[in-house]
Design a protein around this ligand. Structure first.
Ligand SMILES: [Zn+2]
Length: 421
């Protein structure tokens, strides 16, 4: 079995740094330094070692620290990197061998000392964060580290961010926080949290590296892998879906048909409706099954209430829990819709980017090889300036939705701009 970093595509620098950190962390554990001087790792301060006899070969300042942020564009592998690093920290060899119990249970999501927060709604709330911080402070049962992975740390509420900050400022000696966010911009992560973390920037992996991993790991045919890797614009998960899921390919084709369909005002509004509805349908397909299963599980658990003493209290509690579940599911559905719509906009942006690079005769490969001829025709008709205006209209739509403009309004404005040019 390949080691835990094998799935981190095209990120050699990051992998080198994480390997070094995992080795340093293992050395710290071997030397027992972490329990003798709890603040040592936390502060990441080499001077703290100076007065003491330093354990041989350990340099915590260079290697290991207790809080990390993984940044990079969507699909670059932020959460893959965080999970792999968590596994390497739990690895008995300290390398992320991929074979030992620590590696396998971490990668499988069952390690007792690794907590993974995957926000399902639009934000991570303060209660969830407090509970998490509390549990993370306990002694690791496996004798190594308590690792907390927070995916989409940019979706922390302000209160949750403050609860997390407190934990990062005064970290328990054996706790490591791994945050994932698109960037270290203050919109994504607060400046104070950022200042306490080491940043691991991931880049958009090159299409060749993505194609290679699709062939090697997923058994995709080389030509399909190459097409999917280019079309996914460096998003590894999206490339895999395009290569393997005919429905995903069909949805993408419908999105890329938009530029052809914009023949008038009416057509622009129709195209906006079609795009929104397709995103809704895709989102619904992705959450309906989970919703039903969750509700059934909760009802079964609550159904054991019966009658007699305490039953009425139990029913009141049950109503509250069902309401809570519905709230969570609604929030998740909203997010799934936004994600689906955003994917469609990224595809569309790729098309106008192709038209722009062709108008400029830039020597770069097209994102969408299958609509390259259409993009070429657009390039002739619009010139570079017109292609750029259209690309900007798509990016402006993404930005508007990100800042909470109603998706339908943003998409309608975009379609009109695309039609007018
Ligand atoms: Zn291992």
């Amino acid at each position: 079995m390949p080691d835990v970093f094998a799935d981190l595509v095209g990120q050699d620098d990051a992998v080198t740094e994480l390997r070094r950190a995992a080795a340093a962390a293992a050395a710290v554990l071997r030397a027992g330094a972490v329990d003798r001087a709890p603040a040592l790792i936390a502060a990441g301060d080499a001077d703290a070692l100076a007065g003491d006899a330093p354990p041989s070969g350990v340099d915590p300042a260079a290697g290991m620290t207790h809080a990390w942020i993984f940044t990079g564009p969507p699909g670059s592998g932020r959460s893959v990197a965080a999970r792999a690093f968590a596994a390497a920290l739990q690895c008995v060899h300290g390398t992320g061998c991929g074979e030992c119990q620590g590696c396998r249970t971490t990668m499988g999501g069952t390690h007792a000392d690794v907590r993974l927060v995957v926000p399902e709604g639009l934000s991570i709330g303060v209660n969830e964060m407090r509970a998490l911080v509390l549990r993370a402070a306990s002694t690791p049962s496996g004798g190594r580290w308590q690792v907390v992975v927070i995916e989409d740390a940019d979706r922390l509420t302000e209160a949750a961010g403050n609860a997390l900050l407190k934990a990062i400022e005064e970290p328990p000696p054996r706790t490591v926080f791994l945050l994932c966010a698109p960037s270290t911009h203050p919109d994504d992560i607060s400046v104070t949290i950022r200042s306490r973390c080491r940043v691991v920037p991931l880049r958009q992996p090159p299409a060749t590296a993505v194609a290679e991993v699709l062939v090697r790991r997923d058994g995709v045919a080389p030509d399909v892998a190459q097409w999917a890797a280019a079309a996914a614009q460096g998003h590894v998960g999206r490339a895999r879906r395009l290569a393997r899921d005919p429905e995903a390919r069909k949805r993408r084709e419908a999105v890329l048909a938009v530029p052809r369909r914009l023949t008038g005002v009416g057509a622009a509004f129709d195209a906006a409706s079609a795009l929104i509805e397709a995103a809704e349908a895709e989102a619904e397909a992705s959450v309906t099954e989970a919703d039903a299963a969750e509700r059934a599980a909760l009802e079964t658990a609550l159904g054991a209430g019966g009658t007699g003493r305490g039953a009425s209290g139990a029913i009141r509690g049950a109503a509250g829990q069902l309401k809570e579940l519905e709230k969570r599911q609604k929030s998740r559905a909203t997010r799934a819709q936004r994600d689906a719509l955003d994917r469609a906009l990224v595809d569309l942006a790729g098309f106008y980017r192709d038209a722009l690079t062709m108008a400029l005769r830039a020597p770069v490969a097209p994102v969408h090889t299958d609509t390259a001829a259409l993009a070429g025709a657009g390039a002739q008709k619009w010139d570079a300036e017109g292609a750029l205006r259209r690309l900007e209209a798509v990016l402006a739509c993404r930005a508007a939705i990100e800042s909470n403009v109603k998706p339908r309004i943003a998409v309608e404005a975009m379609m009109l701009a695309l039609w007018k040019g």
